[in-house]
Design a protein around this ligand. Structure first.
Ligand code: 5GP
Length: 209
C-alpha cells in the first residue's frame, strides 16, 4: 500500500479551518486527524484524548526530552505538540494525516519533512476575518483585537505554505482542499520511487530486446 501524505493545515483564528477538517474527515475515508498534546486547560466539552491529550508542563517537557514529538511550539503561554508515533503509524497505513497546527510548528515540519504539504486557510478578506471572530460571540472586543494582531503577524509567513485555501463557500472549499491534496500526491518529487521503477523498467526492456 502506498504511504499517505503528511498535511499541515494552518489558518487565522476564525478562518474556519476546524470546520474544514471536520468535513474532510466526514466526507472522505482517506484522512486521519492527529491529536496533539497541550499544556492548556480543557475548555468546556473537550475530552482528554479527543480534542487534545492534556498534559502538565512536566509531562510535556518529558515528551520533548524523550523525542516523542514530531514538532512542538509555545503559543499564548502554553505548549502544543504533535506525538510522532500515531502520525507515523497512520502514514504507513496509507492514511493522509492532518495536523491542524500553528505556524511555528508548520515551519518545523517543513524543515524536517520536505514531503509534507502545507495549506493555509483564510477567509476572502481581512474584514471577513474580523466579522467571523465577532460573529462567534464568544470573545470580547479586546480578545478579538489580540487575535487580529496575531493574524497580522501570521500573514507575513503565508508565503512559506504550498497552497492558499480561500474559505468562501464551505462545500466548494472542502472539495477544493480535497482535490488539491489528491493532486499534490502526484507531484514528481513525491514519487521518486515510481520514477526510479520506470527508469529500471526501461533498462530491463533493453536488456531483453
Ligand atoms: P487552541 O488552544 O485554540 O485549541 O489552539 C491554539 C493554536 O494551537 C491553534 O492555532 C492550533 O492550530 C495550534 N495547535 C494545536 N495543536 C498544535 C500542535 O500540536 N502543534 C502546534 N505547533 N500547534 C498546535
Amino acid at each position: 500500500m502506498k504511504k499517505g501524505i503528511l498535511l499541515i493545515l494552518s489558518g487565522f483564528a476564525g478562518s474556519g479551518k476546524g470546520t474544514i477538517v471536520k468535513e474532510l474527515l466526514d466526507k472522505y475515508d482517506n484522512y486521519a486527524l492527529s491529536v496533539s498534546a497541550t499544556t492548556r486547560s480543557p475548555r468546556p466539552g473537550e475530552k482528554d484524548g479527543r480534542e487534545y491529550f492534556f498534559k502538565t508542563v512536566e509531562e510535556f517537557e518529558d515528551m520533548i526530552k524523550a523525542e516523542e514529538l514530531l514538532e512542538y511550539a509555545r503559543y499564548v503561554d502554553n505548549y502544543y505538540g504533535t506525538p510522532a508515533e500515531y502520525v507515523e503509524k497512520m502514514l504507513k497505513d496509507g492514511k493522509d494525516v492532518i495536523l491542524e497546527i500553528e505556524q511555528q510548528g508548520a515551519l518545523q515540519i517543513k524543515e524536517k519533512r520536505p514531503d509534507a504539504l502545507l495549506l493555509f486557510v483564510m477567509p476572502p478578506s481581512v474584514d471577513e476575518v474580523y466579522n467571523r471572530l465577532k460573529g462567534r460571540g464568544t470573545e470580547n472586543e479586546e480578545t478579538i483585537l489580540k487575535r487580529m494582531r496575531q493574524g497580522a503577524k501570521e500573514a507575513e509567513v503565508i508565503g512559506e505554505y504550498d497552497f492558499l485555501i480561500i474559505n468562501d463557500d464551505l462545500d466548494e472549499c472542502v472539495k477544493r482542499v480535497h482535490n488539491t491534496i489528491q493532486s499534490a500526491k502526484y507531484a514528481t518529487f513525491r514519487n521518486m520511487d515510481l520514477i526510479d521503477d520506470v527508469v529500471k523498467g526501461f533498462g530491463e526492456f533493453f536488456n531483453k530486446h
